[in-house]
Write a protein that binds this ligand. Structure first.
Ligand SMILES: Nc1ncnc2c1ncn2[C@@H]1O[C@H](COP(=O)(O)OP(=O)(O)OP(=O)(O)O)[C@@H](O)[C@H]1O
Ligand SMILES: [Mg+2]
Length: 512
């Protein structure tokens, strides 16, 4: 037996009704190795880690872990944990109504001598974890009160509370994180590696893989393609193996001349942001960049009628509006792809077909009767247009891979044919090929004279897509870049502006 090997994956096959998600995967992972798993949406990455963790039972084949010289196979999640195997799943999985501390110690609350919960120890220990991961929050804060990015960070930091860790799996951990938090995560991964822990790291951001991983396994359509040392490969190589074709610059968007004004926001404020001013024109892509808590999503939520506005005005196509609900905004021609897809975006137990049509049944119904032919037609149309990988449009959305669920949300939005589209983190968890498809769709939309707002924490995307860019920091607009400035701007400049500490006294002094 090779003592160095921690994990053996042998001929793993996983079949779901109508889908063969894994078609025989074999590989081994060494102790202290950081292994990347890459592949297009639906390639089988998440399914493989579920088989490793005992959450799913392989239809054929086996997975074994080396526990101090004894090979063991795991049958369920509890066993996996006892053997020191931990996974950070793709879809943030956390008890939202509990506090951070309670989440850390879920299932093993520390007890006092009297047998009651030892809150003092729990909060003190939690504070240490919070400090280590630089979360800057109070351990008593409930998860629901945190922005999704911080929720994701809590689930990551939660792993460190365990002892005797052997293997940690991260499935798209950075999808919702900003740059500084990604650094914290990478630091943690290096620390784990040094302690001899093996890591499996799944990400669609190939530059992260080049930075943090030792080896990379490429998967395609449920099959194992190959494993390479990261030092031997580059991004283009990985892309060509994953997608099966070379790809040009995905941000190469054909720019439109901006037309008439579609949206204008004047001195907009609520408890999350102050004095936000901007406008959006036909044919334009305006991106919003910022760090956690900068207030970008909150501004969009307020415009869309989700959150209250306490001061300022919103004009849509020249008319002042006061949306009391998202429905009113939608009817007025605004489409909003929210940041939190799992809870805001989809009816998970329902079909691709229903979800695609969900916002626009009124457009394919007469006297309350749905035109079933049109319903299917539209679902098929968008399935092809943005390449949703599913055996049929009748498939339940819950069973789609993470990236494909995301595409269904976009389809749902496009179905209403809105004039103004707001995409909050449009490509989270989406593979390079699909990203390209989504950007082509955005380009087509601008050609049709629509206005597009992109909120992105991924700087290459925020910069690459935008005609103009707004950078927010601490609830204020900290910088704007017009068409000309966009051509020269460097990433460092944007990051510096995004980390501006807003000093209200200074600003008011200037105004005086
Ligand atoms: N419970 C399920 N029932 C039916 N099909 C499933 C189920 N879970 C996954 N699948 C299918 O298995 C295939 C592999 O999905 P998986 O989630 O492993 O992909 P992935 O590589 O993680 O993709 P992504 O990058 O989009 O997260 C997909 O076609 C998916 O639709
Ligand atoms: Mg996945």
């Amino acid at each position: 037996m090779d003592d160095n090997i921690l994990l053996k994956i042998e001929g793993v096959v996983k079949t779901y009704p109508g889908v063969q998600a894994l078609k025989g995967i074999t590989t081994t992972i060494k102790q202290g190795e950081v292994r990347a798993l890459v592949g297009e949406n639906g390639a089988g990455k998440s399914t493989l880690i579920k088989c490793i963790m005992g959450v799913e039972t392989p239809t054929e084949g086996k997975v074994e872990i080396n526990c101090d010289g004894v090979w063991k196979s795991v049958k369920n999640a509890v066993e996996a944990k006892a053997l020191g195997m931990h996974a950070n799943y793709q879809n943030v999985n956390i008890a939202k109504n509990l506090s951070i501390a309670e989440n850390y110690y879920l299932g093993r609350l520390p007890k006092t001598k009297l047998g009651t919960v030892d809150w003092t120890t729990m909060y003190e220990d939690s504070q240490k974890v919070i400090d280590k991961f630089q979360l800057g929050v109070n351990p008593t804060a409930t998860i629901a009160s945190l922005p999704v990015a911080l929720q994701a960070m809590v689930t990551i930091s939660k792993i460190s509370v365990n002892e005797n860790i052997r293997l940690v799996i991260f499935d798209e951990p950075t999808a919702l994180l900003e740059n500084d938090k990604v650094e914290t995560l990478f630091h943690y991964i290096k620390e784990l590696k040094q302690a001899g822990v093996s890591i499996i790291y799944i990400s669609h951001r190939l530059e992260e893989i080049m930075e943090i991983c030792d080896t990379v396994t490429i998967m395609k359509d449920g099959t194992y393609v190959e494993t390479k040392d990261v030092a031997e490969v580059d991004k283009d190589y990985l892309i060509s193996k994953m997608v099966g074709r070379d790809m040009a610059d995905i941000y190469n968007i054909q720019r439109q001349n901006p037309g008439q004004e579609l949206l204008r926001v004047e001195n907009l404020s609520n408890s999350n942001f102050t004095d936000v001013n901007f406008s959006l024109h036909k044919g334009e892509i305006l991106s919003f960049f910022g760090l956690v808590g900068a207030g970008r999503s909150e501004v969009m939520r307020a415009i869309f009628g989700v959150d209250k506005i306490t001061a300022g005005k919103v004009y849509v196509k020249g008319k002042e509006v006061h949306y009391k609900s998202p429905k009113e905004a939608m009817i007025d021609g605004i489409g909003f792809l929210t940041e939190d897809r799992r809870t805001d975006g989809l009816a998970l137990p329902q079909s691709v077909e229903l979800n695609t049509n969900m916002y626009s049944y009124d457009m394919i119904s007469k006297l309350g009767v749905i035109d079933l032919k049109k319903e299917k037609q539209r679902a098929e149309e968008y399935r092809t247009k943005i390449a949703v990988k599913t055996p049929s449009v009748k498939q339940c959305v819950n069973n789609l891979s993470g990236g494909n669920q995301q595409k269904v949300v976009i389809a749902k939005l496009l179905c209403r044919n809105p004039d103004i589209l707001i995409f909050d983190e449009p490509t989270v968890g989406v593979d390079v090929g699909a990203k390209d498809e989504i950007f082509k769709i955005i380009e087509t939309l601008t050609k049709q004279g629509k206005g597009v707002i992109i909120v992105s924490s991924y700087l290459p995307e925020a910069m690459g897509l935008a005609d103009r860019m707004i950078v927010m920091a601490e609830g204020h607009i900290a910088g704007t870049f017009d068409n000309e400035q966009m051509k020269q701007v460097e990433e460092e400049d944007v990051l510096r502006i995004a980390s501006t500490i807003y000093d209200s006294e200074n600003v008011s002094a200037e105004v005086k």
